[in-house]
Design a protein around this ligand. Structure first.
Ligand SMILES: Cc1ncc(COP(=O)(O)O)c(C=O)c1O
Length: 382
């Protein structure tokens, strides 16, 4: 056994433990406020039954890459339906949002280009930017002014890409997309919008924020994960035909992987049908519920705070990391899974509980969770 290698791993693991940052995998038994299943589609019996019926005639696995026989009818249908849902010329399905972001950021910019990305972007965007060939710079969170300042400096020879999310997962805040779009236009830049937490949650029929006005603009590319509100897995890039053709030909995370089992896009087709008919009212109900939970928490909490917002991501700001961890543990003992988030995922001194509201929660579950959070505040802060 290569002893020195294992010694190194053990040493690093013990350091992580000493910093109180050791992670292990567990199956969570309590009422789930940590997942991103905002519409309850992940446990929807009707969607499951319809999809399983279809599964009877589908292979269990795609068995090869999309460019080989791994491309099955449900992949094609899901892409066509998603493009129609978004109002874009085309859409391309990836096995995950991580793959989609890696594909966009390692394939579209070349080494003469510049990529500007919001400092609070998801790790998949950071990783894509880092792995890609372009020069990159972060701009201050949701600050069009900071971005404009950066764009005004440096070379203007290559293409420019601006990358942001429409809803940020740690605060549930919404980006001023229209302002960023204005800047993209002014600087002749491409705008890439990660709609992971907006798809199924905001916009007409739950199509996200780009769908409202920007999806037909060739300078805008959006990315939509299917493992969150859509209750499935994978992700779409929605864009014009040229971008999609380019990705099919050049994106390594698309080409060099086995396509997802066809039952996944078959499920997504059923989800899109549901959103097309009921999406707008589901989105409104989710907004109402999230607002009610925020207001109840604001009324019942004494020291912890809940920022203003309209999305189902409800952060409960506690401050010290230890207190946030303790709060999450005490809630688990009471039967609620509400994860704590600490630096570096959030700024120092803003450790929090991150409570995700879903239409799968009953009124009773929401009420008892709010009561439990306020009891736990009393126990932790005194
Ligand atoms: C903003 C954002 N982008 C991308 C991803 C990656 O998506 P996926 O889980 O489908 O890989 C996530 C979540 O995991 C996310 O929150």
């Amino acid at each position: 056994m290569p002893d020195r290698f294992y010694e190194r791993l053990e040493r690093e693991l013990r350091t992580i433990e000493a910093l109180d940052k050791f992670r292990s995998l567990q199956v969570y038994p309590g009422i789930d406020f940590g997942s991103n299943d905002y519409l309850g589609f992940a446990v929807d019996a009707e969607l499951r039954a319809r999809t399983l019926e279809r599964a009877q005639v589908l292979p269990n696995s795609a068995s090869s890459s999309r460019l080989l026989p791994g491309y099955h009818a449900p992949h094609r249908v899901a892409e066509e339906r998603f493009a129609a849902f978004m109002g874009t010329e085309a859409a391309l399905f990836f096995n995950s949002g991580y793959d989609a972001n890696m594909a966009l950021l390692t394939t579209l910019p070349n080494r003469h280009d510049r990529v500007f990305y919001d400092e609070r972007c998801h790790a998949s965007i950071y990783d894509g930017v880092r792995a890609g060939p372009a020069t990159s710079e972060r701009f201050k969170h949701s600050s069009p002014e900071a971005l404009r300042d950066l764009l005004n400096t440096g070379s203007r020879e290559g293409a420019c890409f601006i990358v942001l999310e429409s809803v940020y997962s740690m605060d549930g805040d919404i980006a001023p997309i229209a302002e960023f779009h204005e800047i993209a236009k002014a600087f002749d830049a491409m705008l890439i919008v990660d709609e992971a937490h907006a798809t199924g949650v905001l916009g007409n029929r739950g199509a996200g924020l780009v769908s409202e006005t920007l999806s037909r603009d060739a300078s805008v590319i959006s990315m939509h994960t299917c493992g969150k509100a859509l209750g499935a897995a994978g992700a779409f890039v929605a864009a014009n035909r040229t971008v999609v053709q380019y990705l099919i030909n050049k994106a390594r995370p698309f080409i060099f992987t086995t396509a997802s089992p066809p039952i996944i896009p078959a499920l997504i087709v059923n989800v899109l049908e549901r959103l097309s008919s009921e999406g707008t009212s589901l989105v409104e109900t989710l907004k109402d519920r999230s607002r009610d939970v925020r207001e109840s928490l604001k009324r019942s909490l004494k020291r912890w705070s809940v920022p203003h917002g309209i999305t189902p991501i409800v952060p409960i700001i506690i401050g010290p990391a230890g207190e946030a961890m303790r709060a999450s543990e005490l809630l688990r003992e009471r039967g609620f899974e509400i994860p704590a988030v600490r630096p570096p995922s959030v700024p120092e001194g803003t450790s929090r509980l991150r409570m995700n509201i879903s239409l799968r929660h009953s009124e009773q579950e929401l009420k008892s969770a709010i009561r439990a959070i306020s009891e736990v505040e009393e126990e932790v802060v005194g």
